[in-house]
Design a protein around this ligand. Sequence first.
Ligand code: SF4
Length: 317
Amino acid sequence: MNPQRILRQKLEDLQRAGVTHESSEWTTLLDEISEVVTSAQTATPMTDPRSAESSRVAVTPHPKATSAATTSPDGAATPTADPPSEKPHPAAIASTVPVARQFLPSSSGSLPGEFSADTARSCSSLSRDERVAGLTKAAEQVAACVRCQELAETRTQTVFGVGNPEADIMYIGEAPGADEDRLGEPFVGRAGQKLDDIIKACKLTREEIYICNILRCRPPGNRNPTPDEAANCREYLDAQIEAVDPKYIVCWGSVAAHSLLGTKVAIGKMRGRFFDYKGIKVLCTYHPSYLLRSPGVRKDVWADMKMFRADMGVLLG
Ligand code: SF4
């Protein structure tokens, strides 16, 4: 049986035994374990080139927004009652997840460097036209990219990125899912709707943000990207960051956080602070799809959003 299914079943057994709520630490640990098990089981993809396929180029510049939404926080980002403090005893975890325990080093390691005034980059001198040109060039390369053979053969289209080329804020997710693969845009579908709730609660609009993913092609079955796939696609992410030159990056989920910042520290330990990436402030928090599965982390995401927006001078309730 799939180790992840075993883990889930064991968790359900634990819940039936009386642990009726998942703390955010427990669910984070479970996801970390599942993620590493998946990575350990994933074969390295071939990178043989093949002929280029036509794909949609999704560069959608918008004029920089000048007004903000005023909807009060609700939905995903609304603070909720504190999750229960009850955590499974370490011994319970050990007896529940023996298969995954050997893969636990993903929750260890050191945190990336935090942002400081000394590391802040100076304002970009790129014009809007230069930014659009940089994005367009990268999008054309992505549309023809076949570096990840499995992904190139199974995708409907590439999903480059959308949003304001002059945005102060860049959101980075994991990889396209089925809806994104079908529509050619990142963060659509249920996770996208949840992200929209968060954007609105943060008094932002999508037109003020640039949104992309670590990968630009859908991994079959919505599996996690492999390290090789992330490395293959990094050139395009770097091109998008360089063109947009945001002041803030929000990494949604551990895949984005780990890939961008080169760490394996659990996302639960990374959230709540700004890291530095080439002079850009980087905030890491839970992925909206994880929020859908684990509403106990809503208060953590909302605390991250309040910190993030307060740093931009916007106080949220
Ligand atoms: S995921 Fe990125 S590197 Fe891999 S085939 Fe798609 S565009 Fe190319």
